[in-house]
Ligand binder design. Structure first.
Ligand code: ASP
Length: 329
């Protein structure tokens, strides 16, 4: 009898310690951001520019983390992080968006709530200062998922969002890139911003915002506002935001594919992301990457390009920002 009690006691201790290990392992919150993937090489980036990117990524992470730390939602955290990047001329989203064939800005953005799988997007907008807010307004205050062009611009105005003259988005650097692309008659990939988060209630969210590609055709829509391609979130699997050659991401339904591999094939987040980005996409010439976090707080920043502006912050005290180098998780 005494022996049985001892065995039961030891078993109970083992269960308690196993559970506490698990809860220690699972972070309360995680926020991952990106500022675009591409041919980002150290030799092409001055130390001042590199520092500016690092500082801005840190600022976006800390602002988002502040919300999560105070018990805010993953949706609010990703919105805040994306707003900071949209307002910075460093990134191809909001201020600093690239120019299309006709020398105009046509921006795309989307957001998805992993708890309800509700989503909202805007595409080809010209005058909304922060397209991510318009995407969120479509999700929260309309009966639709995707609004385009003038309809999206005027909806945002009616929602009380800030409307600006399209000259607001202009930067000299983007104009120079546009002139070069036009002279070479070549569409250039540039970048995008995105964020994914897990909050302390176990809810996932993802958002993406972009100016698209330099010298793209008027009316071209990339993967960023396409739910399932550039953005996806489902509490039962993961939240994903993509960056890269949009046409390939649309054709391969990249963000949803990662979630589906987890759901139907029971792959881990890392296995699913590695398969889609480093094998499937790479093998057909689709360059780019994703950031993602799963419902357990595992995260990945996976890309098949030389670099990706990226960063992560977690409740365990980790904060890390990187630009160059290999995929890591
Ligand atoms: N995915 C974006 C697009 O194709 C561009 C990028 O992320 O670089 O519009």
């Amino acid at each position: 009898m005494k022996h049985l009690v001892t065995v039961l006691f030891i078993t109970l201790l083992a269960i308690i310690s196993c559970n506490s290990n698990n809860s220690e392992k699972k972070p309360e919150y995680v926020l991952v951001i990106h500022g675009g993937a591409g041919t980002i090489l150290r030799e092409n980036l001055s130390p001042e520019k590199e520092e500016a990117y690092i500082n801005k990524l840190n600022e976006a992470l800390l602002a988002g983390e502040n919300i999560l730390k105070m018990g805010g939602s993953s949706l609010d955290a990703i919105t805040e992080a994306i707003l900071i990047m949209e307002n910075s001329p460093l990134f191809n989203a909001g201020k600093g968006a690239v120019f299309s064939e006709e020398g105009i800005v046509e921006m795309d953005a989307s957001i998805m709530d992993g708890r309800s799988t509700e989503a909202g997007s805007v595409a080809g907008v010209h005058t909304i200062k922060n397209p991510i807010l318009a995407a969120r307004a479509v999700m929260e205050n309309s009966k639709h998922v995707l609004l385009t062009g003038d309809g999206a611009d005027s909806f945002a105005g009616k929602q009380g969002l800030e409307i600006v003259d399209s000259s607001y988005f202009f930067t000299v650097d983007r104009w120079k890139s546009y002139k070069k692309a036009k002279a070479e008659n070549e569409i250039k990939k540039y970048g995008t911003v995105g964020a994914v988060a897990l909050d302390s209630y176990g809810n996932l969210a993802a958002g993406t915002s972009t100016g698209g590609m330099t010298y793209k055709m008027k009316g071209r829509v990339g993967d960023s506002p396409i739910i399932g391609a550039g953005t996806y979130a489902d509490n039962s699997t993961c939240a994903v935001s993509a960056t890269g050659h949009g046409e390939f991401f649309i054709r391969n339904v990249v963000a949803y594919d990662i979630s589906a591999l987890m759901k139907y094939k029971e792959l881990s987040l890392k296995e699913a992301a590695d398969y889609v980005i480093l094998n499937k996409l790479k093998n057909i010439g689709g360059s780019g990457g994703i950031i993602a976090v799963d419902h357990e707080g595992n995260y990945t920043m996976t890309f098949n390009t030389p670099g990706m502006y990226r960063g992560v912050v977690t409740s365990s005290g980790l904060i890390d920002v990187k630009i160059f180098g290999e995929t890591e998780q």
